[in-house]
Design a binder for this molecule. Sequence first.
Ligand code: PGA
Length: 254
Amino acid sequence: MPKQIKLIVANWKMNGNLLHNEQLLNNLKKSFINYQPACKIVVCVPTPYLAQVQSLCTNTKIHWGAQDISIHPKGAFTGEISVSMLQDFNVSYVIVGHSERRRYHHESTIEVIQKAQTALKSQITPIICIGETLKEYQANHTQAVLQKQITTIAKQLGREVNRSIIAYEPIWAIGTGKTATPKYVQNIHTMLRTQLKNINSEIDDVCILYGGSINASNAKQLLSQKDIDGGLIGSASLDSQQFLEIIKATDPLI
Ligand code: PGA
């Protein structure tokens, strides 16, 4: 079932600094004094800024999350971030398996699922990214690639998928300015929903986001599709005005 309330997730990636983050979040908070967002908002920020974002966003309409998580609880894993560290900052969401991590850190789908399980065990909602490469897209392999990814997720996580978020991000659309058309994404999301349910009939409540070059001008068309439950926004989330426009694009009254 598609969700009633859309979810807008910012993925800051490795961007921002103390001053920029403060201005961006304060601008958003100011806008929400006169405007009540129709969607749920999450910002996934670089780990060093979690404390700052927690202090700026507690008791506001903005929720926060991390961009990765270790599968290990603690120990000699230099550079890794454990689930309890995220909990120290009241993190409620974590992106797992973003294509940039799969590509630059060689994360496999199995490892990504283990990360999702680690988060779920601690009541942190994983945002599990899937998507096809440009080569796979051009070769018409999108369906097959996605079905394989989503099948593994459904089999390993079972009905825990209902407590997770799936983000469909065609890799060829990330940071390239090339957006998939609303109809294309709608069809993919329907296919993903059907496939999940076919594998496990208890999976019927999953939130499926689209990500890949969403901006203020294409957001409305994409986000008004029935099976697109929201967006994962990279570069356009770094500008408060653009991000606000995307948030407003989920509002049926605007
Ligand atoms: P983009 O990034 O909006 O800059 O394309 C989306 C993402 O990678 O999550």
